[in-house]
Design a binder for this molecule. Structure first.
Ligand code: NI
Length: 226
């Protein structure tokens, strides 16, 4: 399931991110690619030790911690510290699948259940640069306003098409979810959204609300890994 999350960052945050990233120390993006994806990858990236990357990444993590839609959709157990990339002058990233495991700064490994791209450039500032994600329903081209994010299963083949004008800057990272299976996680997300709508109509105390909220939590208990 592809899930769009709007305004993860406010316009004020986006402007500050853009200014900080314009003067950051960009390097060859192949430094974090696996063997196969290094062949397809042609972009710039901030080293993960870069102080700008660390400060902005921490700000993204704080925004996600308070974002109810993200919490409901991803059921995050752990979020990889956000990385930053930049495409200009025909940079692209050919079709690939992200690595299954990523080493965290702590040395522990994170299993990549979900991939995330947080757009940081305004769409009118560049041509091309669509994130094209393939799923069972076909290929979906994604290009979102600055500050908005797409979440997609890390099992998906995806690519970034060449940027033929302007500059496309984004943050990208992965999430290990409490619910590993994408189908099970999608069911829980659908149910949570329906419960939120129902709460608005009948109130929290309604007998069926109590029962259905119990079913949600008992499904989560059945499927969750701590
Ligand atoms: Ni990727």
């Amino acid at each position: 399931m592809l899930i769009q999350i709007e305004t993860v960052l406010t316009p004020e945050q986006v402007a500050r991110f853009q200014a900080a990233l314009d003067t950051a120390g960009w390097a060859d993006g192949r430094m974090t690619a696996g063997y196969q994806s290094a062949l397809a990858k042609n972009n710039l990236q901030l080293p993960d030790s870069d102080p700008v990357a660390r400060a902005l990444g921490a700000e993204i993590e704080r925004a996600l911690a308070g974002n109810l839609l993200f919490q409901s959709a991803a059921l995050p157990a752990q979020v990889f510290p956000p990385l930053f990339n930049r495409y200009a002058g025909d940079h692209s990233f050919g079709t690939h699948v992200d690595n299954a495991l990523r080493t965290l700064p702590s040395g522990l490994r994170l299993r990549t259940d979900l991939s995330a791209t947080l757009f940081l450039s305004d769409p009118e500032d560049y041509d091309g640069g669509e994130l094209v994600i393939e799923d069972v329903y076909g290929a979906h081209a994604v290009k979102l306003p600055a500050g908005s994010m797409i979440l997609y299963p890390a099992t998906s083949l995806h690519q970034v098409t060449p940027v033929t004008r302007g500059v496309r800057t984004a943050s990208f990272f992965w999430i290990q979810s409490h619910v590993r299976d994408d189908g099970a996680r999608a069911l829980l997300f659908d149910m949570d959204l329906a419960l939120q709508r129902l709460r608005g109509e009948v109130g929290d105390g309604h007998e069926s609300m109590v029962a259905l909220t119990g079913v949600y939590h008992n499904l989560l208990r059945r499927w969750a890994e701590a």
